[in-house]
Design a protein around this ligand. Structure first.
Ligand code: BES
Ligand code: MN
Ligand code: ZN
Length: 466
């Protein structure tokens, strides 16, 4: 479900708002009468002015009691504004309305974070709903609408990713992609076979829900650059015959988070005025064990002819991505390709849950993505493609193997990236491993438990920012 909270912008806050939030520097708002002067109140509560800090003050509203929320904004940086904004809509859960007087700074960032903290995903059941109406006073309206567009795109990615796998098979994902309204092309099984997408077919062959390759096209007039985005769309990853243990399997409905990000980004490009031509590819399959599943030891032929010995059917993400990357390189003639995938458990060991990994064969592209990540708050850390580990992928019988048998080389996220690199030709390419950041275990700040939509903000910033 998209974010339910509606946003409006007013030049000034009505002084009688039932729930009114003011930055600590409340002299900006002489109209609001507090029972005790602000400075005395803040001293009384030993408020430090940190972002996320909120002091609640009851005020009279006719015969009723209203409430003013005095909030800290820390150093006023975008990061601090995000924290402050998220704290406010979290505090206003269950309320009809919240009016916020904005501090100086980026209103887009403020609106985006306030709305992300108001995201919920529920299929029936109870719980406190997010604040119904948010009024931002003194804000720049176009900036607020930009922030809202970004937040709704993140919400779409979260929704697709939070949806149970009983609903979201590959065909369903293709329908959701088509619902963006963009030009869509979908390869069903016969077409995948005819065109030689051996990786996607092999991963999907154990499931009763057949695989799909989904292509979305955004073609603005006069575009000078063409970017291809590739998303991993494993609608459930059981591991296949290399079956995952129960604990590792229970979160694997989110293994199409990369594909969800690609759909959500593609859907937001037009409204956000991207001047770049973008093609989105989502390689969708369900990785299941069965009598028709691929076996460890099978050799498959990828799009373009590279043969791979499947030493571990749980290293399936790289198999579906390899087909899509090889196709993009051979057919779409992009200036750059970026793939995004919940690819390896190893990356959450290395970087944890707060920062995503970027690997790249092109320094400039890597720098652009790291900078877009810092601006947008989808933070990225560049990881190295260590050549010494490339032999981990040598197979005695095929061009490559998909997993390092026995883990001789370690570095599971790096070897996965090295595998993908083989399918990117000479194109500038970047790979985002979001297995650590794709899911949140906490409801905190702009994050909600479950899918995070990580990747939407950094890619939208990169494709539509300055
Ligand atoms: N989808 C998983 C990676 C993953 C793990 C995502 C945990 C989110 C949370 C991926 O397909 C996988 O199983 N990777 C294996 C690769 C290994 C078999 C070489 C892994 O990381 O263990
Ligand atoms: Mn797997
Ligand atoms: Zn997977």
């Amino acid at each position: 479900m998209p974010i339910q909270t509606t946003v409006s912008v007013l030049p000034e806050a009505p002084a009688d708002a039932a729930l009114l939030a003011l930055p600590y520097d409340a002299e900006l708002n002489p109209k609001v009468e507090l029972p005790v002067p602000v400075a005395a109140l803040l001293a009384h509560y030993e408020a430090k002015g940190e972002a996320g800090e909120i002091v609640e003050v009851p005020v009279t509203r006719g015969d009723a009691v209203g409430r003013v929320l005095l909030y800290g904004v820390g150093d006023g940086s975008p990061r601090a504004l995000r924290k402050a904004a998220a704290g406010l809509t979290r505090r206003a859960r269950g309320k009809q309305e919240l009016t916020v007087v904005l501090p100086p700074g980026d209103a887009a960032v403020f609106a985006e974070a306030a709305l992300l903290a108001a995201y919920t995903f529920k299929i029936g059941g109870q719980g406190t709903p997010p604040v119904a109406a948010l009024t931002l006073a003194g804000a720049d309206e176009p900036a607020v609408r930009r922030g809202e567009a970004v937040a709704q795109a993140v919400a779409l990615a979260r929704d697709l990713t939070n949806t149970p796998s009983s609903t979201k098979n590959p065909a369903w994902l293709a329908e959701q992609a088509a619902a963006t309204g963009l030009e869509a092309k979908v390869w069903e099984e016969d077409a995948l076979r005819a065109d030689g997408f051996g990786g996607i077919l092999a991963v999907g062959q154990g499931s009763v829900h057949p695989p799909r390759l989904i292509q979305l096209s955004y073609t603005p007039e006069g575009a000078e650059r063409h970017v291809v985005l590739v998303g991993k769309g494993i609608t459930f990853d059981s591991g296949g015959l290399s079956l995952k243990p129960t604990d590792n399997m229970k979160t694997q409905k989110t293994d199409m988070a990369g594909g969800a990000v690609v759909i959500a980004v593609m859907g937001a490009l037009a409204a956000m005025g991207s001047r770049v031509r973008v093609t989105g590819l989502i390689a969708a399959a369900e990785n299941m064990p069965s009598g028709t599943a691929q076996r460890p030891g099978d050799v498959i032929t990828h799009y373009g002819g590279t043969t791979v010995e499947v030493t571990n059917t749980d290293a399936e993400g790289r198999l579906v991505l390899a087909d899509a990357l090889a196709y993009a390189d051979a057919v779409l003639d992009p200036d750059a390709m970026v793939d995004i995938a919940t690819l390896t458990g190893a990356i959450s060991v290395a970087l944890g849950r707060s920062i995503g990994a970027v690997y790249s064969s092109a320094d400039e592209l890597a720098d652009e993505l790291v900078e877009a990540g810092a601006r947008s708050d989808d933070r990225l850390w560049r990881m190295p493609l260590i050549e010494d580990y490339r032999p981990a992928l040598d197979s005695p019988i095929a061009d490559m193997q998909n997993a390092d048998v026995g883990g001789r080389y370690g570095a599971g996220s790096i070897t996965a990236a090295l595998f993908l690199r083989e399918f990117t030709g000479k194109r500038p390419w970047a790979h985002l491993d979001i297995a650590g950041v794709g899911r949140s275990t906490v409801d905190e700040g702009t994050l909600t438990k479950g899918a995070t939509g990580f990747g939407v903000r950094v890619l939208l910033d990169w494709l539509t920012g300055s």
